[in-house]
Design a protein around this ligand. Structure first.
Ligand code: SF4
Ligand code: FES
Length: 237
């Protein structure tokens, strides 16, 4: 175990543990946009920066991917330099996603209401945090979406920008997206998502539309739970 300070409080952590996890365990608040407990970190948003002081120097690092080592003496979660970098990151994110409530809220906490940079109007609310892609691949296990394009053209999409055969319409990507970018609509027994239409199953007990039939079939195949059981909604089980 390694001992060091976070904002003047002595903490203990395993070597190799990420600073964000240690800080949160001790109750420090560090904002994040691309980290999720179930998915881990991807180091994309840079909102989680902190300042690390070692024997030799001080520097700004992304806490979600910075491992604890014996060299660390103190970590600062809200120093002037941390605030400056975080402000810049949020200002850039706000320029990229001016419509995102989450980004607007976070930026406003750092005094930014209007970015100085040119606003991007093409990207909707997507900050390319990759959480939807990681959820689809690692949690759901279908890999229906990914990052396509290069440079400024990068976006999240099913392959070839077409409805993906792999997508089961579960909506896990919608649930995990921090900015509300992904469009999903349930209407008259049909779910629309990623340019694909899914028939929603009707619960035989309460008559409510609940999950896409394709999703239930996928779960049934994976778990061997019969479809008759899965067709009953979670409220009625
Ligand atoms: S759609 Fe949402 S979850 Fe996916 S990369 Fe964009 S912001 Fe992140
Ligand atoms: S949470 Fe660390 S880079 Fe996004």
């Amino acid at each position: 175990m390694v001992k060091f300070k976070i904002d003047n409080k002595v903490v203990e952590a395993k070597e190799g543990e990420y600073l964000l996890d240690v800080a949160r365990r001790y109750g420090f608040s560090i904002p994040t946009l691309c980290h999720h407990e179930a998915l881990g970190s991807d180091g994309r948003c840079r909102v989680c920066v902190v300042e690390v002081k070692t024997r030799w120097r001080k520097r700004i690092v992304t806490s979600c991917l910075f491992p604890v080592s014996k060299d660390i003496e103190e970590v600062y979660t809200a120093s002037e330099d941390v605030k400056l970098v975080r402000r810049t990151v949020l200002e850039l994110l706000l320029a990229r996603c001016p419509e995102s409530d989450v980004i607007r809220y976070m930026a406003a906490k750092y005094g930014i209401t209007e970015p100085r940079y040119k606003k991007d109007t093409d990207k909707g609310k997507c900050i390319l945090c990759n959480m939807c892609v990681r959820t689809c691949e690692n949690i759901v296990g279908v890999s229906a979406i990914g990052i396509i394009g290069k440079g400024p053209e990068k976006k999240i999409s099913p392959p070839f920008r077409e409805a993906s055969d792999a997508c089961i319409g579960c909506g896990a990507c919608v649930a995990v997206c921090p900015t509300g970018h992904i469009f999903m609509e349930d209407k008259d027994g049909i779910r629309l998502i990623w340019r694909k239409r899914f028939e929603l199953a009707v619960c035989p007990k309460c008559g409510r539309y609940h999950a896409p039939v394709e999703q239930l079939e996928f779960i049934s195949k994976k778990t061997n739970v019969p479809m008759e059981e899965l067709l009953v909604c979670t409220n009625c089980r």
